[in-house]
Design a protein around this ligand. Structure first.
Ligand SMILES: [Zn+2]
Length: 296
């Protein structure tokens, strides 16, 4: 982000005005806007993988974001970006969460989740909770939510995971997971936190033919991960990455919310008006609750 800039990329709102010649959206309609905006021209965008765009455009970066009374949705965003009508009955706050939910869809797609498989999520923050809810909606047979912070884990029980296991002591955690899965390990594991240790731990609990998705990025200063590569070799396991989401996934997230297959009640725990936005950031920094909504 090059400041000064308006940031904020989990957005919903009502259209108050449209530009000349725009026929796809009308004044008065409610829309949700995702983060990653395909350029519409590079190989990746043309191939439907706009989240891998060479230019990597995003709301709140090159385009003004949502922390404002009015947000201009520029022509490139309207044309190629994740802009979707909010179905009736969907709350504005839940509609804004279609953005992170879309990223969760991408993560589970990259991990190749199929029905009946087991899923473990390391990191019980808002994304971890959404990943569990989504995995259940997509037919996973057993879900596990883990976090190093037992209080955070307790607070996240409403995600509905079949098991919540603290992972602060790696060896204890690995043996508990193996006990819970009859020694099998977990089919799909997603790391929903910026921790090297979680990525290494994920590789230790992966089942044969399992997939680890490195969902959360690491800080640039993080050390490299270390693991015995035989873990992957003998188990025929694989590691995938995921970054952002596509407009199709954003629209699909909104549908999952509207049909209540993914219930986001309880996700937004704090709300602030725009002129108290610094209090909103302070709440996030203090790890109060889960999602903090700014309501201009
Ligand atoms: Zn592109």
């Amino acid at each position: 982000v090059k400041y000064p800039a308006i940031i904020g990329h989990e957005i919903s709102g009502e259209i108050v005005e449209t530009g000349p010649g725009l026929s796809s959206f009308r004044k008065g309609e409610r829309i949700a806007v995702g983060a990653d905006v395909p350029c519409g021209r590079c190989d990746w965008c043309l191939g439907g993988m706009g989240n891998c765009c060479d230019t990597n455009l995003a709301m709140g970066y090159q385009f003004a974001g949502g922390y404002a009374e009015y947000c201009l949705i520029e022509p490139t965003v309207v044309r190629f970006g994740p802009v979707a009508r909010i179905p009736d009955g969907v709350d504005m706050e839940h509609a804004a969460l279609a953005e992170p939910l879309a990223c969760c869809i991408n993560g589970l797609e990259r991990a190749g989740l199929t029905g009946g498989e087991s899923v473990a999520v390391l990191g019980a923050g808002p994304i971890g909770i959404m990943l569990v809810k989504l995995a259940k909606a997509l037919g996973s047979a057993w879900t596990l939510l883990a976090d190093t912070d037992p209080d955070r884990l307790l607070q996240s029980r409403f995600a509905g995971a079949d098991a919540c296991i603290p992972c602060g002591q790696p060896d204890v955690f690995v043996s508990e997971v193996l006990d819970a899965t009859r020694g099998r390990g977990v089919d799909v594991i997603l790391t929903a936190c910026p921790a090297v240790e979680a990525q290494e731990l994920a590789l230790r609990i992966v089942a044969k033919r399992g997939r680890v998705n490195l969902f959360g990025g690491l800080p640039a200063s993080a050390r490299d991960i270390r693991f015995p590569s035989n873990l992957l070799h003998y188990r025929e396991a694989s590691v995938t990455g995921s970054h952002g989401s596509t407009p199709v996934q954003h629209a699909r997230a909104l549908e999952l919310i509207a049909s209540r297959r993914v219930d986001l009640s309880g996700m937004v725990t704090h709300r602030f008006p725009l002129d108290k936005i610094h209090d909103a950031f302070a709440a996030v920094k203090a790890r109060l609750g889960l999602k903090v909504a700014v309501r201009p």
